[in-house]
Design a protein around this ligand. Structure first.
Ligand code: C2E
Ligand code: MG
Ligand code: MG
Ligand code: MG
Length: 274
Protein backbone atom coordinates (compact mmCIF):
# COMPACT_ATOMS: atom_id res chain seq x y z
CA UNK A 1 0.00 0.00 0.00
CA UNK A 2 2.85 2.26 0.81
CA UNK A 3 4.22 1.63 -2.65
CA UNK A 4 0.92 2.49 -4.35
CA UNK A 5 0.76 5.73 -2.43
CA UNK A 6 4.31 6.52 -3.40
CA UNK A 7 3.56 5.83 -7.07
CA UNK A 8 0.51 8.04 -6.94
CA UNK A 9 2.53 10.78 -5.39
CA UNK A 10 5.17 10.55 -8.09
CA UNK A 11 2.46 10.51 -10.72
CA UNK A 12 0.80 13.64 -9.41
CA UNK A 13 4.15 15.28 -9.13
CA UNK A 14 4.96 14.56 -12.77
CA UNK A 15 1.58 15.73 -13.97
CA UNK A 16 1.96 18.99 -12.12
CA UNK A 17 5.51 19.41 -13.43
CA UNK A 18 4.19 18.99 -16.94
CA UNK A 19 1.52 21.54 -16.32
CA UNK A 20 4.02 23.93 -14.82
CA UNK A 21 6.29 23.49 -17.85
CA UNK A 22 3.37 24.03 -20.23
CA UNK A 23 2.33 27.08 -18.27
CA UNK A 24 5.83 28.51 -18.47
CA UNK A 25 6.03 27.88 -22.19
CA UNK A 26 2.69 29.62 -22.76
CA UNK A 27 3.78 32.51 -20.58
CA UNK A 28 7.08 32.78 -22.47
CA UNK A 29 5.17 33.04 -25.76
CA UNK A 30 2.97 35.75 -24.32
CA UNK A 31 6.05 37.57 -23.05
CA UNK A 32 7.45 38.00 -26.54
CA UNK A 33 4.25 39.77 -27.54
CA UNK A 34 3.87 41.82 -24.39
CA UNK A 35 5.86 44.79 -25.69
CA UNK A 36 4.04 44.98 -29.02
CA UNK A 37 0.65 44.54 -27.41
CA UNK A 38 1.31 47.35 -25.00
CA UNK A 39 0.85 45.17 -21.92
CA UNK A 40 3.89 46.45 -20.06
CA UNK A 41 3.73 49.38 -17.70
CA UNK A 42 6.17 51.17 -15.47
CA UNK A 43 5.67 52.02 -11.85
CA UNK A 44 7.91 54.44 -10.00
CA UNK A 45 9.03 54.35 -6.37
CA UNK A 46 10.58 57.33 -4.66
CA UNK A 47 14.08 57.33 -3.17
CA UNK A 48 14.70 59.94 -0.48
CA UNK A 49 17.53 61.37 1.58
CA UNK A 50 17.36 60.04 5.15
CA UNK A 51 18.70 63.27 6.66
CA UNK A 52 16.75 65.90 4.71
CA UNK A 53 13.81 63.88 3.38
CA UNK A 54 14.36 65.39 -0.04
CA UNK A 55 13.57 63.36 -3.15
CA UNK A 56 16.66 62.01 -4.86
CA UNK A 57 15.03 59.99 -7.57
CA UNK A 58 12.67 57.22 -8.55
CA UNK A 59 13.24 53.53 -9.18
CA UNK A 60 11.41 52.14 -12.18
CA UNK A 61 9.58 48.86 -11.54
CA UNK A 62 8.16 46.88 -14.41
CA UNK A 63 4.57 45.61 -14.40
CA UNK A 64 2.98 43.17 -16.83
CA UNK A 65 -0.74 43.40 -17.31
CA UNK A 66 -1.54 40.00 -18.84
CA UNK A 67 -4.93 39.82 -20.60
CA UNK A 68 -6.00 36.62 -18.79
CA UNK A 69 -3.72 36.36 -15.81
CA UNK A 70 -3.96 39.97 -14.68
CA UNK A 71 -0.95 41.66 -13.10
CA UNK A 72 1.99 39.28 -13.21
CA UNK A 73 4.67 40.32 -10.68
CA UNK A 74 8.23 40.84 -11.97
CA UNK A 75 9.65 38.05 -9.83
CA UNK A 76 7.49 35.65 -11.87
CA UNK A 77 8.25 36.88 -15.37
CA UNK A 78 11.73 38.47 -15.28
CA UNK A 79 13.54 35.14 -14.71
CA UNK A 80 11.46 33.64 -17.53
CA UNK A 81 12.23 36.61 -19.79
CA UNK A 82 15.92 36.14 -19.02
CA UNK A 83 15.75 32.44 -19.90
CA UNK A 84 13.95 32.92 -23.21
CA UNK A 85 15.74 36.11 -24.27
CA UNK A 86 12.64 38.31 -24.24
CA UNK A 87 14.40 40.41 -21.58
CA UNK A 88 16.35 42.14 -24.37
CA UNK A 89 13.37 43.81 -26.13
CA UNK A 90 11.59 44.24 -22.79
CA UNK A 91 14.63 45.78 -21.11
CA UNK A 92 15.15 48.11 -24.05
CA UNK A 93 11.53 49.23 -23.83
CA UNK A 94 11.88 49.86 -20.08
CA UNK A 95 15.03 51.92 -20.56
CA UNK A 96 13.56 54.02 -23.37
CA UNK A 97 10.26 54.65 -21.60
CA UNK A 98 11.95 55.52 -18.31
CA UNK A 99 14.44 57.93 -19.93
CA UNK A 100 11.72 59.56 -22.00
CA UNK A 101 9.56 59.98 -18.92
CA UNK A 102 12.35 61.47 -16.79
CA UNK A 103 13.47 63.80 -19.59
CA UNK A 104 10.01 65.38 -19.45
CA UNK A 105 10.17 66.24 -15.74
CA UNK A 106 10.70 69.74 -14.41
CA UNK A 107 13.02 68.42 -11.77
CA UNK A 108 16.53 67.05 -11.99
CA UNK A 109 15.56 63.88 -10.09
CA UNK A 110 17.34 60.71 -11.02
CA UNK A 111 15.76 57.70 -12.61
CA UNK A 112 16.98 54.26 -11.48
CA UNK A 113 16.46 51.40 -13.93
CA UNK A 114 17.09 47.72 -13.15
CA UNK A 115 19.46 46.13 -15.62
CA UNK A 116 19.33 42.36 -16.08
CA UNK A 117 22.62 40.46 -16.18
CA UNK A 118 21.45 39.15 -19.56
CA UNK A 119 21.33 42.73 -20.83
CA UNK A 120 24.70 43.41 -19.26
CA UNK A 121 26.20 40.40 -21.05
CA UNK A 122 24.70 41.49 -24.36
CA UNK A 123 27.33 43.10 -26.56
CA UNK A 124 25.14 46.04 -27.50
CA UNK A 125 24.24 47.36 -24.07
CA UNK A 126 26.68 50.29 -24.07
CA UNK A 127 25.61 51.57 -27.49
CA UNK A 128 21.97 50.98 -26.57
CA UNK A 129 22.24 53.11 -23.43
CA UNK A 130 24.10 55.77 -25.39
CA UNK A 131 21.53 55.78 -28.22
CA UNK A 132 18.59 56.07 -25.80
CA UNK A 133 20.24 58.97 -23.95
CA UNK A 134 20.77 60.81 -27.24
CA UNK A 135 17.27 60.00 -28.47
CA UNK A 136 15.49 61.12 -25.28
CA UNK A 137 17.86 63.98 -24.44
CA UNK A 138 18.14 62.79 -20.83
CA UNK A 139 21.20 64.09 -19.01
CA UNK A 140 23.32 60.95 -18.41
CA UNK A 141 23.93 62.08 -14.81
CA UNK A 142 20.24 61.51 -14.15
CA UNK A 143 20.31 57.85 -15.16
CA UNK A 144 21.31 55.19 -12.66
CA UNK A 145 21.44 51.50 -13.53
CA UNK A 146 20.80 48.98 -10.77
CA UNK A 147 22.57 45.68 -11.00
CA UNK A 148 21.90 42.81 -8.62
CA UNK A 149 25.04 41.70 -6.95
CA UNK A 150 24.74 37.92 -7.13
CA UNK A 151 24.19 38.01 -10.86
CA UNK A 152 27.27 39.96 -11.87
CA UNK A 153 29.75 37.38 -10.81
CA UNK A 154 29.27 34.92 -13.72
CA UNK A 155 31.39 36.66 -16.33
CA UNK A 156 33.27 39.02 -14.13
CA UNK A 157 35.91 40.40 -16.48
CA UNK A 158 33.44 41.22 -19.17
CA UNK A 159 30.92 42.72 -16.78
CA UNK A 160 33.65 44.93 -15.37
CA UNK A 161 34.62 46.28 -18.80
CA UNK A 162 30.98 46.89 -19.72
CA UNK A 163 30.31 48.74 -16.47
CA UNK A 164 33.34 50.95 -17.07
CA UNK A 165 32.06 51.80 -20.57
CA UNK A 166 28.61 52.60 -19.19
CA UNK A 167 30.13 54.83 -16.53
CA UNK A 168 32.17 56.59 -19.18
CA UNK A 169 28.84 57.77 -20.64
CA UNK A 170 28.22 59.62 -17.37
CA UNK A 171 25.65 57.11 -16.10
CA UNK A 172 25.92 55.88 -12.49
CA UNK A 173 25.74 52.30 -11.26
CA UNK A 174 24.08 51.01 -8.09
CA UNK A 175 24.62 47.56 -6.64
CA UNK A 176 21.17 46.14 -5.85
CA UNK A 177 20.15 43.70 -3.09
CA UNK A 178 23.53 44.11 -1.42
CA UNK A 179 24.31 41.68 1.38
CA UNK A 180 22.43 38.71 -0.04
CA UNK A 181 25.07 37.48 -2.47
CA UNK A 182 27.93 35.30 -1.32
CA UNK A 183 30.71 37.48 -2.65
CA UNK A 184 29.81 40.94 -1.43
CA UNK A 185 33.23 42.21 -0.47
CA UNK A 186 34.86 40.83 -3.58
CA UNK A 187 32.21 42.55 -5.71
CA UNK A 188 32.70 45.86 -3.95
CA UNK A 189 36.45 45.64 -4.30
CA UNK A 190 36.47 45.14 -8.04
CA UNK A 191 33.42 46.93 -9.44
CA UNK A 192 33.07 50.68 -9.89
CA UNK A 193 29.83 51.28 -7.99
CA UNK A 194 28.32 54.65 -7.18
CA UNK A 195 25.73 53.44 -4.67
CA UNK A 196 25.06 50.45 -2.45
CA UNK A 197 21.45 49.32 -2.08
CA UNK A 198 21.09 47.37 1.14
CA UNK A 199 18.77 44.41 0.58
CA UNK A 200 15.30 44.75 2.06
CA UNK A 201 15.70 41.60 4.16
CA UNK A 202 17.85 43.66 6.56
CA UNK A 203 14.98 46.07 7.19
CA UNK A 204 12.55 43.33 8.11
CA UNK A 205 15.00 42.20 10.81
CA UNK A 206 16.56 45.42 12.02
CA UNK A 207 14.11 46.14 14.83
CA UNK A 208 14.44 42.74 16.48
CA UNK A 209 17.89 41.50 15.55
CA UNK A 210 21.10 43.00 16.95
CA UNK A 211 22.98 40.97 14.33
CA UNK A 212 21.10 42.60 11.46
CA UNK A 213 21.76 46.00 12.99
CA UNK A 214 25.46 45.23 13.41
CA UNK A 215 25.74 44.17 9.78
CA UNK A 216 23.95 47.30 8.59
CA UNK A 217 26.36 49.38 10.66
CA UNK A 218 29.32 47.57 9.12
CA UNK A 219 28.00 48.01 5.56
CA UNK A 220 27.44 51.73 6.21
CA UNK A 221 31.00 52.07 7.47
CA UNK A 222 32.25 50.19 4.44
CA UNK A 223 30.25 52.32 2.01
CA UNK A 224 31.38 55.52 3.66
CA UNK A 225 35.04 54.61 3.72
CA UNK A 226 34.71 53.82 0.00
CA UNK A 227 32.86 57.16 -0.38
CA UNK A 228 29.80 55.39 -1.77
CA UNK A 229 26.35 56.34 -0.43
CA UNK A 230 24.17 53.56 1.00
CA UNK A 231 20.43 53.31 0.33
CA UNK A 232 18.23 51.07 2.50
CA UNK A 233 15.50 49.21 0.61
CA UNK A 234 12.19 48.03 2.04
CA UNK A 235 11.71 50.70 4.73
CA UNK A 236 8.19 50.17 6.02
CA UNK A 237 8.09 51.69 9.51
CA UNK A 238 9.06 54.96 11.17
CA UNK A 239 11.11 52.97 13.69
CA UNK A 240 13.21 51.51 10.87
CA UNK A 241 13.73 54.97 9.41
CA UNK A 242 14.74 56.29 12.84
CA UNK A 243 17.33 53.54 13.20
CA UNK A 244 18.70 54.32 9.74
CA UNK A 245 18.91 57.98 10.66
CA UNK A 246 20.75 57.20 13.90
CA UNK A 247 23.16 54.90 12.05
CA UNK A 248 23.93 57.50 9.38
CA UNK A 249 22.33 55.78 6.39
CA UNK A 250 22.21 58.12 3.39
CA UNK A 251 19.07 57.22 1.47
CA UNK A 252 15.92 55.17 1.88
CA UNK A 253 13.21 53.58 -0.24
CA UNK A 254 10.14 51.65 0.85
CA UNK A 255 6.41 51.66 1.47
CA UNK A 256 6.80 54.18 4.33
CA UNK A 257 8.21 56.76 1.92
CA UNK A 258 6.09 55.84 -1.07
CA UNK A 259 4.71 52.77 -2.80
CA UNK A 260 5.52 52.04 -6.43
CA UNK A 261 2.85 53.78 -8.50
CA UNK A 262 2.16 55.04 -12.02
CA UNK A 263 4.07 58.24 -12.62
CA UNK A 264 1.30 60.81 -12.43
CA UNK A 265 0.43 59.85 -8.88
CA UNK A 266 4.03 59.99 -7.65
CA UNK A 267 5.28 63.13 -9.38
CA UNK A 268 2.03 64.98 -9.87
CA UNK A 269 1.16 66.80 -13.06
CA UNK A 270 4.28 67.14 -15.12
CA UNK A 271 5.07 69.71 -17.73
CA UNK A 272 4.97 68.43 -21.26
CA UNK A 273 8.41 68.46 -22.82
CA UNK A 274 8.51 70.19 -26.16
P1 C2E B 1 14.39 45.33 -6.76
O1 C2E B 1 15.10 45.99 -7.87
O2 C2E B 1 15.17 45.03 -5.53
O3 C2E B 1 13.14 46.25 -6.43
C1 C2E B 1 12.60 46.47 -5.16
C2 C2E B 1 11.39 45.59 -4.90
O4 C2E B 1 10.96 45.80 -3.56
C3 C2E B 1 10.20 45.93 -5.78
O5 C2E B 1 9.47 44.74 -6.01
C4 C2E B 1 9.39 46.86 -4.86
O6 C2E B 1 8.01 46.92 -5.20
C5 C2E B 1 9.60 46.17 -3.54
N1 C2E B 1 9.43 47.08 -2.41
C6 C2E B 1 9.55 48.41 -2.37
N2 C2E B 1 9.36 48.91 -1.14
C7 C2E B 1 9.08 47.84 -0.37
C8 C2E B 1 8.77 47.70 1.04
O7 C2E B 1 8.71 48.66 1.81
N3 C2E B 1 8.54 46.42 1.49
C9 C2E B 1 8.59 45.34 0.66
N4 C2E B 1 8.35 44.15 1.19
N5 C2E B 1 8.88 45.43 -0.66
C10 C2E B 1 9.13 46.68 -1.15
P2 C2E B 1 8.89 44.40 -7.45
O8 C2E B 1 8.38 45.66 -8.10
O9 C2E B 1 7.95 43.25 -7.27
O10 C2E B 1 10.16 43.94 -8.26
C11 C2E B 1 10.86 42.78 -7.87
C12 C2E B 1 12.19 42.67 -8.60
O11 C2E B 1 11.98 42.50 -9.99
C13 C2E B 1 13.06 43.92 -8.49
O12 C2E B 1 13.74 43.94 -7.25
C14 C2E B 1 13.98 43.73 -9.67
O13 C2E B 1 15.05 42.86 -9.34
C15 C2E B 1 13.07 43.07 -10.67
N6 C2E B 1 12.60 44.07 -11.65
C16 C2E B 1 11.58 44.95 -11.56
N7 C2E B 1 11.51 45.71 -12.67
C17 C2E B 1 12.52 45.32 -13.48
C18 C2E B 1 12.98 45.74 -14.79
O14 C2E B 1 12.46 46.67 -15.44
N8 C2E B 1 14.05 45.06 -15.32
C19 C2E B 1 14.67 44.05 -14.62
N9 C2E B 1 15.71 43.41 -15.21
N10 C2E B 1 14.27 43.64 -13.40
C20 C2E B 1 13.21 44.27 -12.83
MG1 MG C 1 16.30 47.54 -8.05
MG1 MG D 1 17.01 43.24 -7.86
MG1 MG E 1 16.55 45.25 -4.32
Amino acid sequence: RAKATLNQTICFYEVSMDEAARGRRALANDLWEAVEKNQLALHYQVQKSVTTGEVIGYEVLLRWNHPERGMVPPNEFIPLAEECGAILPIGEWVLREACREAAGWDSQHKIAVNLSPVQLANGDVVSLVHAILVETGLDPKRLELEITESTIIDDKQRALLTLRDIKALGVTIAIDDFGTGYSSLETLRSFPFDKIKLDKSFMSEVEGSPQAKAIIRAILALGHSLQVPVLAEGVETQKQLDILHAEGCDEAQGYLLGRPAPIVSVVGVRTEAA
